[in-house]
Ligand binder design. Structure first.
Ligand code: LLP
Length: 435
């Protein structure tokens, strides 16, 4: 068996003597028998481990760091409950994410509302719920935040999102910190944005935010971001009259999807970023503000595994072999959208030796619906269970009802127990909104 592949599965993943994969001491075949496929399984221990790892690493470096999970990577009530128990903060982007998090018992005070085009309803809901910070993304947004806060007679705590003009060396669809991005204020607009915010009676300007992109493998772009934004922070303090209390560095740190991916070293990333913050603050004569980071993928990616059942198998004249599974781009758009590369294992037969290159195809009506191109797998047969590791981030939340297909169920596992946290959608759910 290829034991290396286990390094990208959740930390509790094991292979039994019978060759079956278990996660959280729950046998995958029994999970599939009970809940069917496609199924997304999340390992609670991995989720909690990553929450604690991030918090502990930062706590060693700086006195006041909030780790705000980016809810867009994955959100459901059960996760919100777990994050609240772990004392995290939360980045939200919509009323939907706010509602899910609140339903799971997450305290809105530790939330940050994002969005480049927040609606008046969103801002109203957020301020009424008591969301801790609103991240202003542009001049119109700033005005809207002030107007909504005025109407509610509340003061909004605001961070200004800056685009620090850093190349994060990642897929072009997921870079956000470039100068011409649709997000945030360009650095040269920072002064005007600060002055406007300071003049607005219902805005309390706490500081700045930036987020340069996602699935970033190197620490250097984060360090560069600190170098580009800290001088703005210093100007804000010394020249523009801002009482700088918080700097939010966004998320973006990568996970390994393949054994070839260099396994991320979170410690290196945390140390590099914190060292640069300390260095810059000293150089620029400002107090170190409270820091927020917003990891999404790196908190939940490894914890999640997608499970599919093998259906039709088709050999083409050129020798290529398609293994069709019962999910695909409806539950994981990432291969089609970003050419994301995944690995797979046969959960009911982990000890089998890979013997032939195949493509694992989804069941959606698109040629681009290939979950994995050219992967060497053991001999596969109908009914085998395919496990795709590193599926915890941006699969479930980007899932769709394309082709009228229902979205998958989600199960949390821990210490031999499985808990259904979101049931599989039904045809009735699909018809619910029809008039
Ligand atoms: N903060 C902000 C403001 C963000 O926009 C994002 C992600 C994050 C934090 C978290 O970034 P992370 O740590 O997860 O990289 N759908 C794409 C990823 C889009 C990321 C959007 N923003 C994918 O599947 O690769």
């Amino acid at each position: 068996m290829n034991t290396k592949i286990l390094s990208i599965f959740p930390i509790t993943a094991k292979v039994g003597d019978d060759g079956c994969l278990s996660i959280g001491d729950v046998d995958i075949t029994s999970l599939v028998a009970q809940y069917g496929t496609p199924l997304y399984v999340y390992d609670e221990n991995t989720l909690r481990y990553m929450c604690q790892e991030y918090q502990n690493l930062f706590a060693k470096e700086l006195p006041d760091v909030a780790v705000a999970f980016a809810g867009k990577a994955f959100m459901c009530k059960a996760l919100a409950t777990l994050l609240e128990e772990e004392g995290l903060s939360l980045d939200i982007i919509s009323q939907g994410e706010l509602a899910m998090a609140v339903a799971g018992g997450f305290n809105p005070k530790r939330m940050y509302l994002h969005g480049n085009n927040k609606t008046i309803d969103e801002l109203t809901d957020a301020l009424l719920a008591g969301v801790g910070y609103i991240v202003a993304d542009g001049f119109d947004d700033l005005q809207n935040i002030n107007d909504v806060a005025a109407a509610l007679n509340k003061k909004a705590s605001v961070l200004l999102r800056l685009t620090p003009n850093v190349d994060p060396h990642t897929h072009r669809f997921i870079i956000t910190g470039q100068a011409d991005s649709k997000f945030g204020f360009a650095l040269h607009m920072a002064e005007q944005a600060c002055c406007q915010a300071l003049a607005m009676p219902y805005i309390d300007l706490h500081g700045f935010h930036c987020h340069i992109g996602s699935q970033i493998m190197e620490t250097e772009p984060f360090v560069q971001t600190v170098q580009n934004v800290m001088p703005i922070c210093a100007k804000a303090v010394h020249e523009w009259g801002v009482n700088l209390r918080r700097f939010n560095l966004g998320g973006g740190y990568a996970i390994a999807y393949n054994e070839q991916d260099k396994l991320p070293n979170y410690k290196e990333y945390v140390t590099a970023v914190c060292d640069e913050i300390k260095k810059q603050c000293q150089l620029l004569h400002i107090n170190i503000p409270a820091i927020t980071i917003e990891p999404g993928r790196s908190l939940v990616g490894r914890a999640g595994v997608a499970l599919y059942t093998v259906g039709n198998i088709k050999e083409r004249q050129n020798g290529s072999l398609y293994i069709a599974v019962d999910g695909g781009m409806g539950d994981n758009i990432r291969p089609a959208m970003y050419e994301a590369k995944y690995l797979a294992a046969v959960a009911n037969n982990m000890l089998a030796v890979p013997s032939r290159e195949v493509s694992i195809a989804g069941r959606f009506c698109e040629s681009s619906d290939i979950l994995i191109h050219n992967i060497k797998m053991p001999l596969l047969k109908r009914g085998d269970i395919i496990a795709v590791p590193a599926s915890g981030a941006y699969s479930v939340p980007m899932a769709s009802n394309y082709n009228g297909m229902a979205r998958p169920a989600i199960v949390f596992v821990k210490d031999g127990h499985a808990k259904l946290v979101r049931r599989r959608e039904t045809i009735e759910d699909l018809l619910k909104c029809e008039i």
